[in-house]
Design a protein around this ligand. Structure first.
Ligand SMILES: Cc1cc2nc3c(=O)[nH]c(=O)nc-3n(C[C@H](O)[C@H](O)[C@H](O)COP(=O)(O)O)c2cc1C
Length: 320
């Protein structure tokens, strides 16, 4: 029996959340496909206008009656507007990436929308719980995108699970159902996965972005310094080489997207370029274990395989 993940009103068939991926990597189409296949889908709101976000949410709604939420990076100027736009559209939940504020929990209460926070320590998980988080996503160093820790999700999940009463969702480097089984046994109520879902038919990132994933070897995954002020995990290319160490990229057009920006390069432009197919001069965020992906599959097939492997993992004796 696969244990049920329950977060507020949500009780998906499988304990799997598809993580938000900006810019335009996890759109309404991918989120809907994951929700339709029995998980929870997340649209990345970061880098979208409010009108674009509304479009993505409605697109997802047209495709599924399953659970779909919105992720917005806390570091962006548009954080409040995008979160409130998502809440007004009555998404199933909102989640903030790389930080959270007291306000967002108040907005959630006012609109009747569950609010999740992504954390990388037991202490922050406790703060989020106290402020009213419906669940926490605990991201380890294996995750793609911005990172809040250099510790493994395998170490963090038991610590956080012991520290809070709300559901704990483990994230970072989860590529198959055996990985999910391991995290559930460590105390997670569910998992969040992102990298695996990029290599799906429904992901709307450019085909070259997916090919970059399929051709990546373990040694091709690097850490970069993001202008947000955090490290980020990405696939090595011309772009990551050019910003290594003290390297910078001139910013041609600044949209003032970040509350605070080191101006090392334009993160919005770098992410947009990559998702649109320029995978050498853009930033291709990815999780640490991207090299384990060998094929692009329909989301339903990915979910079926995850469920079958998870069933096997849970049936195996504890010491297997
Ligand atoms: C391409 C890409 C973009 C991402 N963008 C975001 C984002 O906008 N907001 C966020 O909170 N996390 C973001 N993440 C992190 C994921 O949502 C997820 O928590 C993490 O990647 C999980 O690890 P995995 O990719 O190994 O499964 C991104 C990850 C990837 C691979």
């Amino acid at each position: 029996m696969i244990p049920k993940l329950r977060i507020a009103h949500m009780a998906p068939r499988l304990p799997i959340i598809q993580g938000g991926m900006a810019v335009k990597v996890s759109t309404g189409r991918l989120a809907a496909a994951v929700a339709q296949a029995g998980g929870i889908g997340t649209i990345a709101g970061t880098g979208l206008t409010q009108a674009e976000l509304v479009d993505e949410i409605r697109k997802a709604r047209d495709l599924t009656a399953g659970y779909v939420g919105v992720n917005v990076l806390f570091a962006v100027q548009q954080f409040a507007e995008l979160m409130l736009t998502a809440m007004k559209e009555k998404v199933d939940f909102v989640v903030s990436g790389a930080g959270f504020s007291r306000d967002m929990f108040t907005w959630g209460k006012d609109h009747g929308i569950p609010v999740l926070a992504i954390v990388s320590s037991a202490r922050l998980a406790q703060v989020a719980e106290k402020l009213g988080a419906a669940a926490v996503v605990v991201e380890g160093k294996e995750a793609g995108g911005h990172l809040g820790t250099d510790r493994s999700v395998n170490e963090l999940v038991p610590e956080v699970a012991a520290a809070v009463r709300i559901p704990v969702v483990g994230a970072g480097g989860i590529m198959d159902g055996f990985d999910i089984g391991r995290l559930l046994k460590l105390g997670a109520a569910g998992v969040q996965m992102a990298t695996r879902f990029v290599a799906s038919l429904e992901c709307e990132a450019h085909a070259r972005f997916k090919e970059k994933y399929l051709s990546a070897r373990a040694e091709d995954v690097v850490l970069i310094k993001s202008p947000v002020g955090l490290p980020g995990r990405a696939i090595r290319n011309n772009f990551t080489e050019s910003i290594a160490g003290e390297g910078r990229r001139a910013i041609e057009h600044c949209e003032r997207c970040l509350k605070r920006c080191s101006a090392k390069f334009c993160i919005l432009e770098a992410l947009r370029r990559a998702a649109a197919g320029d995978v050498e001069n853009g930033l291709v965020f990815s999780g640490e274990f991207v090299h384990r992906i060998t094929e692009v599959l329909p989301v339903q097939e990915i979910m079926d395989r995850l469920a079958a492997q998870l069933g096997q993992a849970l049936a195996a004796p504890a010491n297997a």
